[in-house]
Design a protein. Structure first.
Ligand code: UGA
Length: 239
C-alpha cells in the first residue's frame, strides 16, 4: 500500500528547516506520496523548492486559513488534502493506501511508516511528548482490543488521540466523503471531530507492539525556547 502523508505548513522562520528535516525522513520511506498543503493564498517558492529537491513523489496545494479562524491549526489544509484524494480517486481506481496526518514539526521514525502501512481501517500507536506526558497512548486489553485512552489532557474525549497517533485506510476516506476536520472544534477535539465519522473504538488496530513503542514525537512550538529566541532575533533584525 501507498502511504499518503498530509502535511499542513505555514510561513514562519523555521519552516524551511522543519520541512527539510521531515523530507529527509520521508524520502527514505518506500511507496510514499507527500501531500503538502500551504496555509497561504498562493503556493510559495520556498515550499516548491523543498519539494522538488526532496525527490519524493508529492502533490502541492494551498488554502489560506481565514483570519477569523483562530483554532484548529491545519484543519482546512487537511480537509483540502482529503478532498484531493476523494477527487483523484473518485472513479474507483484507488490504489491500496493509507492516509497519515504528518504535521511539519514532529519527529518521525522510519519504523512508524511500516507499522501503519497495513492498516485495515484505523491504526493507532503512542505519540511521544504529547499532552504533557512522556508519551500518550491507548489502553489495549489482553485480547489486543483498544478499550480507552492513556492521556492526561481531556481524557473523556470520544477519541483522545493526537493527530500524529493514527492512520486511516484510503478506502475508508473515500467511503465516508463527509468525514472532515471541524474548524470550530475546541482544543483537542479536532481529531475526534474527524474520527467519529470514520471508525468506532472497537475497530481501532493497535500497532507498535500493542501501543508500547514510541515511533513519533510531538513538538510543542509554543513551549520551545529556540522559537522564542529566534522570534526575538527576527524582531531585532527587522527594527
Ligand atoms: C495540535 C495538534 O498537533 C494539531 O494536529 C492540531 O491541528 C492542533 O493542535 C489543533 O487542535 O488546533 P499544535 O502544536 O497546536 O497542534 O499546532 P502545530 O503543530 O503548530 O500545527 C499543526 C499543523 O498545522 C502543522 O503542520 C503546522 O505547520 C500547520 N499550521 C499551523 C498551519 O497550517 N497554519 C497555522 O496557522 C498553524
Amino acid at each position: 500500500p501507498v502511504i499518503f502523508a498530509i502535511t499542513p505548513t505555514y510561513k514562519r522562520i523555521v519552516q524551511k528547516a522543519d520541512l527539510i528535516q521531515i523530507a529527509n525522513t520521508f524520502r527514505q520511506v518506500p511507496s510514499f506520496h507527500w501531500i503538502v498543503v500551504e496555509d497561504a493564498i498562493n503556493k510559495t517558492n520556498l515550499v516548491r523548492n523543498v519539494l522538488r529537491m526532496s525527490g519524493i513523489r508529492y502533490t502541492h496545494l494551498c488554502i489560506k486559513t481565514p483570519a477569523e479562524v483562530t483554532k484548529s491549526k491545519g484543519a482546512l489544509q487537511r480537509n483540502m488534502a482529503l478532498s484531493w484524494l476523494r477527487y483523484t480517486f473518485s472513479a474507483g481506481k484507488a490504489p491500496a493506501g493509507v492516509v497519515y496526518f504528518a504535521d511539519d514539526d514532529n519527529t518521525y521514525t522510519l519504523e512508524l511508516f511500516e507499522e501503519m502501512r497495513y492498516t485495515k481501517k484505523v491504526s493507532v500507536w503512542p505519540v511521544g511528548l504529547a499532552g504533557g506526558l512522556r508519551y500518550e497512548s491507548v489502553k489495549v486489553n489482553k485480547d489486543g482490543k483498544v478499550v480507552g485512552w492513556k492521556v492526561k489532557y481531556a481524557p473523556t474525549r470520544p477519541f483522545a488521540i493526537d493527530m500524529a497517533g493514527f492512520a486511516v485506510n484510503l478506502n475508508l476516506i473515500l467511503e465516508n466523503p463527509k468525514a472532515l476536520f471541524q474548524i470550530n472544534a475546541k482544543g483537542g477535539y479536532l481529531e475526534p471531530s474527524f474520527l467519529i465519522d470514520v471508525v468506532q473504538m472497537k475497530d481501532l488496530e493497535p500497532k507498535a507492539n500493542n501501543c508500547t513503542k514510541v515511533g513519533v514525537y510531538y513538538f510543542y512550538s509554543e513551549n520551545d525556547k529556540l522559537h522564542q529566541n529566534v522570534f526575538e532575533i527576527q524582531r531585532f533584525l527587522v527594527v
